[in-house]
Design a protein around this ligand. Structure first.
Ligand code: ZN
Length: 139
């Protein structure tokens, strides 16, 4: 696996509405996209920092993994995952490689994430405690 760059950092927040103005000020840039990802039960907001993005994640249901993450973090958010761009190799190839290397997968096959990217997650148990996402730009 040889990612070209960090595609985005995922940060869990309790409220997009409350957090977006802070990040707009901190990063000196406007949030350029808000999107709900229904199957992950989250609402996302994106900012660009160079070629990397910041993805804020607000749970839309107590069942959301983001809600559980916030609960584990004393009700506060924090860095939730790091996402690498593996467009050159493709997510499917990287998953195969990861599985062969004994890395535990959360997703056995690529699925659709925010911004129409093809994505898959690797289990933090196998990745030094950091939830790791692989991203591929859609063709
Ligand atoms: Zn992500």
């Amino acid at each position: 696996m040889k990612p070209s760059h960090i595609e985005h950092l995922g940060i869990a927040v309790t409220s997009l509405e409350a957090t977006i103005p802070f990040y707009e000020k901190l990063l000196g840039t406007k949030c350029y996209s808000i999107e709900e990802v229904a199957d992950q039960k989250v609402k996302t907001a994106f900012f660009k920092v160079g070629q990397t993005k910041i993805e804020l994640l607000e749970p839309t249901s107590p069942e959301s993994t983001i809600a559980k993450f916030i609960e584990k973090n004393n009700g506060r958010g924090g860095i939730h995952h790091v996402a690498f761009d593996v467009t050159a190799e493709g997510v499917a190839n990287c998953l195969k490689e990861a599985e062969e290397a004994g890395i535990q997968l959360i997703d056995k096959a690529p699925r659709k994430g925010a911004e129409n990217l093809n994505i898959a997650f690797l289990h933090p148990k196998s990745t030094c405690g950091v939830l790791t996402e692989l991203c591929e730009q859609p063709k």
